[in-house]
Design a binder for this molecule. Structure first.
Ligand code: ATP
Length: 478
């Protein structure tokens, strides 16, 4: 494989990368750096932990060193934590240039951010919502002269999921020049390829790793079949086992809701596991503090929602536990990709209830590999079952006393107001939608029943018809 110098990067940058342990280019870097240096748009789809960040940071720094001005590059990414991580890579690799960066994310002081933007940093790393807010409300900075637009986790930015970024992206795309170079990266680009191609119009270079299996070879993947009601006991048992068997261990547990994330954290703490939560209901400062303490191994367990499933690079994570089976294979790919990064080994265990088996099949089909069953000593789980269930209930009661649900509702309403929606109207719309859905469901059930009855009736007649000649024959014989 070629060296960074052979790919066209200057000595100072190759040396800087070397100092950070980025010695020889990974395949995605070897493939994407030359076309980016040639001025082409680029779409890079490579496995989690394969070095996609440096694949765009290094060539951008090279170009910046040739023509240094601010604001030279804009990076948009879906989560705040990821924005900080990317900015850090720019800052460290671009140190010899005296690189100035600026991070624009929600939950932080907007006035201070506006001031920083007006000082023309070389690189702006932002989440879509807050950057769009600045663009709508301020004229103290301009993105009209940027040379590079990077969409990291590009497919997530274009998805119209619960956090829909498309409106904010429209504002951002309207503020950047058409003659920019556009770079799009993710471990899962293929679902949104068409939309992405319309963004990268400058002779886009598309690179996808050829490997059939979509997860890395160093990752051992298991499923553990558990009845819904005893999931917590299995979880506690799994963690206890890791703690007993490993000196140096670190686990991320993914769950689907903020509330469950909070309850699990409280519950695991009751069992004296050094745990910390990360979810979107926490204040931003708490989120950063939680992540920092997990990274520095003060806490060995991070319990998170999917806010942490993409991009986070924490080399010490050895195990990922999916407390719930992800509903989409690509969420699974990103979650388990928080371990086994940059050639290290890792383990992923997905808890699967009887209702989730079809989801596991969908995951296996997508990642082109089979998950192996994880065996657990059931008697050991049964021994702690009652104690775990009682502890969980106590934690639920404690959380209910803190108005967690109410706060969530208030947050939702705040978000709607910020998005220019009327919470009352939205509630009405949702109620009407639910009514229609219910009616449709009832209608479908009625149709189903009528069809069933018709089928049974036809079958009965068929049987009767078949029976008639035989009966006649019997009568004749008599
Ligand atoms: N050429 C290299 N040699 C060794 N380590 C590298 C190299 N390039 C990057 N790394 C390291 O690999 C780790 C993962 O890189 P990075 O976070 O860019 O992965 P990614 O492909 O963006 O993953 P994800 O899809 O999860 O976001 C980082 O710690 C990074 O410093």
């Amino acid at each position: 494989m070629s060296s960074f110098r052979e790919l066209g990067l200057p000595a100072w940058l190759a040396e800087q990368a070397q100092q950070l342990g980025i010695g020889r280019p990974t395949p995605v870097q070897a493939a994407c750096i030359p076309p980016i240096l040639q001025g082409r748009d680029c779409m890079g789809c490579a496995k989690t932990g394969s070095g996609k960040t440096a694949a765009f940071v290094l060539p951008i720094l090279q170009k910046l060193s040739e023509e240094p001005y601010g604001i030279f590059c804009l990076v948009v990414t879906p989560t705040r934590e990821l924005a900080y991580q990317i900015a850090e890579q720019f800052r460290v690799l671009g140190k010899p240039l005296g690189l100035k960066d600026c991070i624009i994310v929600g939950g932080m002081d907007m006035v201070a951010q506006a001031l920083e933007l007006s000082h023309k940093p070389h690189v702006v790393v932002a989440t879509p919502g807050r950057l769009a807010d600045h663009l709508r409300s301020s004229n103290t900075f301009s993105l009209r002269k940027i040379k590079f637009l990077v969409l990291d986790e590009a497919d997530r930015l274009l998805e119209q999921d619960c956090a829909d970024f498309t409106k904010d992206l429209e504002v951002i795309l309207g503020a950047v020049p058409a003659t920019r170079q556009t770079l799009l990266f993710s471990a899962t680009l293929t679902d949104t390829l068409k939309e992405l191609k319309s963004l990268a119009m400058n002779k886009p270079f598309f690179w996808e790793s050829q490997a059939e299996v979509r997860t890395v070879d160093e990752l051992v993947q298991h499923y553990l079949l558990v009845p819904e009601k005893v999931k917590d006991a299995y979880l506690v048992h799994l963690i206890q086992t890791f703690q007993d068997e490993h000196e140096d261990w670190s686990i991320i547990i993914f769950t689907s809701t903020c509330k469950n994330c909070q309850i699990l954290t409280m519950m695991l703490r009751r069992f004296n596991f050094p745990s910390v939560a990360l979810h979107s209901m926490m204040k931003q400062k708490q989120r950063f503090a939680a992540l920092a303490r997990f990274k520095s191994s003060v806490f060995k367990i991070l319990i998170a929602t999917d806010v942490a499933s993409r991009g986070l690079d924490i080399p010490t994570v050895q195990v990922v536990i999916n407390y719930n089976t992800p509903g989409l294979p690509k969420i699974y790919i990103h979650r388990v990709g928080r371990t086994a990064r940059a050639g290290r080994h890792g383990l992923a265990i997905t808890l699967v209830t009887q209702y989730d088996i079809h989801l596991v099949h969908a995951i296996e089909q997508q990642i082109k590999t089979k998950l192996q069953e994880f065996s657990v000593e059931e008697r050991a789980v049964l021994r702690i079952l009652t104690q775990v269930n009682v502890t969980r209930r106590e934690c639920e009661i404690k959380l209910e006393a803190t108005d967690f649900d109410e706060k969530k509702e208030i947050n939702k309403r705040k978000q709607m107001i910020l998005e220019g929606k009327d919470p009352e109207l939205e509630a009405k719309r949702k109620a009407e939608l639910a009514k229609i859905k219910k009616k449709n469901k009832q209608f479908r059930a009625r149709v189903q029943q009528t069809l069933q009855e018709k089928k049974q009736h036809q079958l009965k007649r068929k049987l009767q018809k078949k029976a008639q000649p035989q009966q006649r024959q019997v009568a004749k014989e008599k």
